[in-house]
Design a protein around this ligand. Sequence first.
Ligand code: PMV
Length: 293
Amino acid sequence: MRVVEGHGFGKLILVGEHAVVYGHPALAFGVDRGTTLRVAGAEGPTQLHMPGPRAPAPDPRLRALMSEHFGDTGAHLTLTTDLPIGRGMGSSASLAVALARAHLAWNSRPADPDALWSHAMATERRFHGNPSGVDVACALHGGVLRFVRGAPPTFTSLACPAWQVVVLDSGVAGPTAELVERVRRQRPRIDLLLERVGELVGEAEEALHDPPALGRLLDENHAILRQIGVSSPTLDDLVGLARGAGAWGAKLSGAGGGGVVIALAEDPAPILQAAQAARVPAFVVRPQPGGPP
Ligand code: PMV
């Protein structure tokens, strides 16, 4: 039986969401979680399985995508992910990259970086309209990336740091398109704040291996995200919870409104305990060193 697999990493934005839409850099990283698509040759109709106790039923867009790529007969597809869906952790981009890798392998084509990029971006556009590309870059390459939007975008891999982050899940999806629009409507009044976020990215690059200093920059980035109206009382509470439990710094990550908060801390245990006491799902992730696992 023929079997191929493709994997894409999840991602978190460390500094720079929203400002990245207007050409400022962002600092983001691929995480040690992601999505894997396994394709096994089989008799009969093509089937899609999503195992796991809380796996949702595959949505019709996903089924259509799979039959376009693997036909209506001859393949058993198994899609697994350990990312929360719709929380700003790049679940759709990791799926897009897993699909691109599996599809090239299924057709015995080399995993050429340009082919992977354009294939994965085409899938990501079907889910997200006009993505900046930062999620796909992280899903493909892992590691920590300095990303600047453009046609084509530019991204630089930075040396992978040793720290870990605690992720606190607000339990609700962030309405990305609505929040991007809310920010757009406030321009040019908020342009200086967006510029300051761009500067914070430069400072965060310098402080990448100095987590206490990096934590202070996350705090400042969160304060700006509050000022531009993309945080929420829940996200602010989660940031407060993490800081109260000893974090060096914390911020919302992604578009905001919902999604996740990330916290940098020497010891994640008190934050995880505080989260558990408050019934907030929380877990630890590390930057995934570049390259496929
Ligand atoms: O919620 P996410 O992770 O998809 O983040 C969106 C990040 C924005 O900067 C708000 C938009 C973008 O396309 O970069």
